[in-house]
Design a protein around this ligand. Structure first.
Ligand code: GBH
Length: 446
C-alpha cells in the first residue's frame, strides 16, 4: 500500500459520513412518530438478540453532540435520512410538525457548523400504515412518495441543496420482497417485481418535484453496486451470477439513467409496465451515489421450486474478509468506479463505504479498531487510483459516524468511527476517527 493518498484529490473533493434515521435516531414513540415496517419487524422478533431501533443512538436528543463530533472530524458534508413516519405518521395526509421541526433543528445545526446537509428521503423505514394498504406492491405508492417528497422539498429546500431519493433500491427490494432478510419480509416473485417497478417510478416522480420546488437542487440516487461473482468460480453458478447482477447492480440504475431494464429482468417485469412509464423513471440526474462494500457471490438455487434462479453464495474460504465475513477486495472498488464513469456518465459520490466488526478497548479506554483503519486506507487508496485512471469521483462518505442498529444483525456489528456505549450512550472516538480526520486535514491543506 505505497499509494500516496495525501495529494492528488480533485479540487473541492467532498469528505463526509453517512447515517440513516432508523439506525440512529431512537425516540421511536416520541413526538408523534408512528411505526415503520422496521419497528414491526423488530416487534416480530426477527432481529438478532431481540434488538430494536427504539432507542438506538438516541440521536434524536443528542444530535448537537453528534454534529460537534462531525465538526471535530472536519467533514464537509453529512448524509442522513428523514424518517417518513416521523413527518407523516400515516405516510400521507396529516403532517406531524414536531417531526418536521426535528430535521429543521438538525439542518440548522449542520449549517451553523459549516457542514453541508445531504438529505436522503428513504432509507428503508416505510410507514407501517402505508404497508398496510399495499406498500410498494401497489401503484398508489408512487403518488404517496411524490407527496412526501414535495413536503420535504418545500420545507427544507431553502437550506438543503443536495437531495437523494432512495438508499440502496436493490437491497431493500430484494431483501424485503424476495429474501426475508429485511422488512417487510415478503417472499413473493410478483410482489417483488411490482415493488421494483413502483420504486423506480417513485424515484422519477420525486426527482421532478424536488427539481420544481428547490432552486439549484443537486439530485441523485444511491445505488449499492458490487461485482457479483459465481461462487467458487464454478461454471454452474455463472447464470445465477448474471441474474443476481441484473437484480443487484442494474435493476434501478439502468432504467433510471439509460431508460430500460436489463434483459432478463425486463422480460419478467413487462406485465407491470404501462405506456409512458420508462420516460417517467428516466429523469435527468446530477450525480450517481455509490454504496460499495465488497464483491458478492451467487450460486444456483438448488430449491427445485426456485422462482428467482439464484441464491446467495459465500466468499471463498481463503478470501480476505472483514470480521463480519464480508469479502475485502479494493481493486474491485477501483474497477467499479471506472466502469460506472463510462456506463452512466455522471459525477460519482461514494455515499457509503466502511467496515463492520468489533472493537477492543484497551486499559486506557482507547477504542482500537485497526481492522477498520486498514480497510479504509485500502479502499481510499483504490478510489484515489480510480481517479488517476479517469473515474469521475467527487466525494466520499464513510459508513458510519456512529456504531448503530445494523438492521437484522442488531447492535452486534459495529461500523462507527465513534464507539457508542448503548447502556450510557457515551460516544468515544476510535482510532479510525483520528485516521479519517487526518486524511481530511491533509487533503484540505494540500
Ligand atoms: C448498507 O447496506 C446500508 O445502506 C446501511 O444502512 C447499512 O448499515 C450498511 O450498509 C452496513 O451494512 O454477502 O456476506 O459478503 C449494505 C448492504 C452490504 C448487503 C454487503 C450485502 C454483502 C455481505 N449490503 N452485503 S456478504
Amino acid at each position: 500500500m505505497s499509494h500516496d493518498t495525501t495529494t492528488g484529490w480533485p479540487k473541492d473533493f467532498v469528505w463526509g459520513v453517512s447515517t440513516s434515521s432508523y439506525q440512529i435516531e431512537g425516540a421511536a414513540q416520541e413526538d408523534g412518530r408512528a411505526p415503520s415496517i422496521w419497528d414491526t419487524r423488530c416487534r416480530l422478533g426477527k432481529i438478532a438478540n431481540g434488538d430494536s431501533g427504539d432507542v438506538a443512538c438516541d440521536h434524536y436528543h443528542r444530535y448537537r453532540e453528534d454534529v460537534a463530533l462531525m465538526k471535530e472530524l472536519g467533514i464537509d458534508a453529512y448524509r442522513f435520512s428523514v424518517a417518513w413516519p416521523r413527518v407523516l405518521p400515516k405516510g400521507k395526509g396529516a403532517v406531524n410538525f414536531k417531526g418536521l421541526e426535528f430535521y429543521d433543528r438538525l439542518i440548522d445545526e449542520l449549517l451553523a457548523n459549516d457542514i453541508e446537509p445531504w438529505l436522503c428521503l428513504y432509507h428503508w423505514d416505510l410507514p407501517q400504515a402505508l404497508h398496510d394498504i399495499g406498500g410498494w406492491a401497489v401503484r398508489d405508492s408512487v403518488g404517496w412518495f411524490e407527496d412526501y417528497a414535495t413536503l420535504l422539498a418545500r420545507r427544507y429546500g431553502d437550506r438543503v441543496k443536495k437531495w437523494i431519493t432512495f438508499n440502496e433500491f436493490s437491497v431493500f427490494t430484494l431483501f424485503g420482497y424476495a429474501i426475508d432478510w429485511s422488512a417487510p419480509g415478503i417472499t413473493d416473485r410478483d410482489t417483488h417485481l411490482k415493488a421494483i417497478h413502483h420504486v423506480n417510478l417513485a424515484h422519477g416522480a420525486a426527482v421532478d418535484v424536488i427539481r420544481a420546488h428547490v432552486p439549484g437542487a443537486v439530485i441523485g440516487a444511491v445505488h449499492n453496486r458490487q461485482a457479483v461473482w459465481p461462487e467458487h468460480g464454478k461454471e454452474e453458478n455463472k447464470h445465477a451470477a448474471a441474474l443476481l447482477d441484473e437484480h443487484w447492480n442494474r435493476a434501478f440504475p439502468d432504467p433510471q439513467l439509460l431508460g430500460y431494464y436489463p434483459p432478463m429482468l425486463g422480460q419478467a417485469i413487462e406485465p407491470y409496465v404501462q405506456a409512458g412509464d420508462m420516460a417517467r423513471i428516466c429523469r435527468p440526474l446530477d450525480f450517481f451515489g455509490l454504496n460499495h462494500y465488497g464483491p458478492i457471490f451467487a450460486k444456483v438455487d438448488d430449491n427445485p421450486n426456485s422462482t428467482w434462479g439464484f441464491a446467495w453464495g459465500e466468499a471463498p474460504a481463503d478470501a480476505d474478509k472483514s470480521e463480519l465475513g464480508w469479502a475485502i477486495f479494493p481493486d474491485a472498488f477501483r474497477d467499479e468506479l471506472i466502469d460506472l464513469t463510462h456506463r452512466y456518465k455522471l459525477p460519482i459520490y461514494v455515499t457509503e463505504n466502511g467496515c463492520g466488526g468489533g472493537d477492543t478497548v484497551d486499559e486506557n479506554g482507547q477504542v482500537i479498531d485497526n481492522h477498520r483503519v486498514t480497510y479504509l486506507k485500502r479502499y481510499t487508496a483504490s478510489m484515489h487510483e480510480a481517479i488517476e485512471k479517469g473515474a469521475d469521483v467527487r466525494g466520499y462518505f464513510v459508513w458510519s459516524l456512529l456504531d448503530n442498529f445494523e438492521w437484522g444483525s442488531g447492535y452486534g456489528p459495529r461500523f462507527g468511527l465513534v464507539h457508542v456505549d448503548y447502556e450510557t450512550q457515551k460516544r468515544t472516538k476510535k482510532a479510525s476517527f483520528d485516521w479519517y480526520a487526518n486524511l481530511i486535514k491533509s487533503t484540505h491543506g494540500a
